[in-house]
Design a protein around this ligand. Structure first.
Ligand code: PLP
Length: 388
């Protein structure tokens, strides 16, 4: 059965048709290299600059502070490695958290093999980093703090402003992975005062394979790619013009429509949470229910496997994620859910429901109808449920 009910917007989003329409002009009609001399190339260059301005406006940055990348993963890599290599004479210590996306965690693991030391801050049971903990772990060798804005699995929002103040007090750069928050809630780089911020196009109804690294004008990093001097020498390679144009359009739509989306989706998510808690016994909500993205609901259904629920829901046309989604193919429970203190079996029984702008009230009602039946069927054949 085809997917009729998509509840996995934190994994990716469909491209907005208005985005596709703008992109279409840059395949055949204007395929030109923005660096070339002739008029058509100038038009491509103009379109790239317009997109840069739209992206800057979304996060209240200057357009010269926007670096185009191939996605959230590359932005995270460029921020963390780029700072590490730039400042390696100054120090070799990086602080991050245990709940980061693999794009940050594995980059840090790689740096550990190359002479850097990394502290992975724990989080409490709601998923928050303790600012005091950050303070305590700063050393004279600390050059970078990288802590995500909104967690992709639980939606928990970190107190970034407070954390930035602590880092800056010691003159340390701050990067935040804001892939899940940008385009959903207001993200203002000047207000947050971060030095580096990553976001991604395909999480905000733009094309896949595009991202942005915001880099504050006053700071310097080392590039990962060398070549023709694009993006002020920080990311070489002929611009992905159609991708950039599409991401720019997506940013503009997000800026203008995010408040409306929140007004529509928050009550739907809250209704889903309330109904699930009422209809299904022994369910726990993961993450903080207050400081949380309005579209995200992460829960553990005790005594059954998330994967089994996903498979049965898939058969009925529902697409969502479980607690091992990010390491697909592996049966390791989510590092995020373990970090907030869930037992292995609770993490295995988790579901992530993430809503987006094409979800309707009917979709939500359908899930409220189907999920309790799926859980009951699985629990009826679960020895853990029978013997609890
Ligand atoms: C999706 C995601 C990424 C990776 O972004 P891509 O554009 O897919 O490379 C990084 N961080 C977070 C929090 C994400 O949700």
């Amino acid at each position: 059965m085809e997917t009729k009910y998509y509840f996995d917007y934190n994994a990716t989003t469909p491209t907005d048709p208005r985005v596709v329409e703008e992109m279409n002009k840059f395949f055949i009609e204007n395929f030109h290299n923005p660096s070339s001399f002739y008029r058509k190339a100038g038009e491509a260059n103009f379109a790239v600059q317009k997109a840069r301005e739209r992206l800057a406006e979304l996060i209240n940055a200057g357009s010269s502070e926007i670096i185009f990348t191939s996605g959230g993963t590359e932005s995270d890599n460029l921020a963390v490695q780029g700072t590490a290599y730039k400042l390696k004479e100054k120090g070799n210590h990086i602080i991050t958290s245990r709940i980061e996306h693999p794009a940050v965690l594995k980059t840090c693991k790689h740096l550990e093999k190359n002479g850097f030391q990394v502290t992975y801050l724990p989080v409490d049971r709601y998923g928050f980093v303790d600012p005091e903990d950050l303070k305590k772990n700063i050393t004279d060798a600390t050059i970078l703090v990288s802590i995500m804005h909104a967690n992709n699995e639980t939606g928990t929002l970190q107190p970034i402003k407070e954390l930035v103040k602590i880092a800056h007090h010691k003159g340390i750069y701050f990067h935040t992975d804001a892939v899940q928050s940008t385009g959903k809630i207001p993200v203002d780089v000047r207000d947050l005062d971060v030095d580096l911020l990553s976001f991604s196009s395909h999480k905000i109804y733009g094309p896949k394979g595009m991202g942005v690294l915001y880099k504050k004008k006053t700071i310097k990093i080392t590039p990962l790619l060398f070549g023709g001097g694009h993006e002020k020498g920080l990311r070489a390679g002929t611009e992905n013009v159609h991708g950039i144009v599409g991401m720019g359009k997506a940013a503009e739509i997000a800026r203008l429509e995010m408040a409306e989306e929140k007004k529509k989706l928050r009550p739907l998510r809250d209704r889903l949470q309330k109904e699930i808690l009422e209809k299904i016994p022994e369910v726990i909500i993961n993450g903080d229910t207050g400081k949380r993205l309005f579209n995200t609901l992460n829960l553990s259904v005790k005594y059954i496997e998330g994967e089994a629920m996903l498979a049965m829901l898939d058969q009925q046309g529902f697409a969502l994620s479980s607690g091992s989604a990010c390491s697909s193919g592996s049966l390791d429970p989510s590092h995020v859910l373990l970090a907030i203190g869930l037992k292995h079996e609770e993490a295995h029984g988790s579901l992530r429901i993430s809503l987006g702008k094409y979800n309707s009230r009917e979709d939500v009602e359908k899930l409220i109808e189907v999920l309790p039946a799926v859980v009951e069927r699985l629990r009826n054949v679960s020895p853990f449920w029978q013997n609890k």
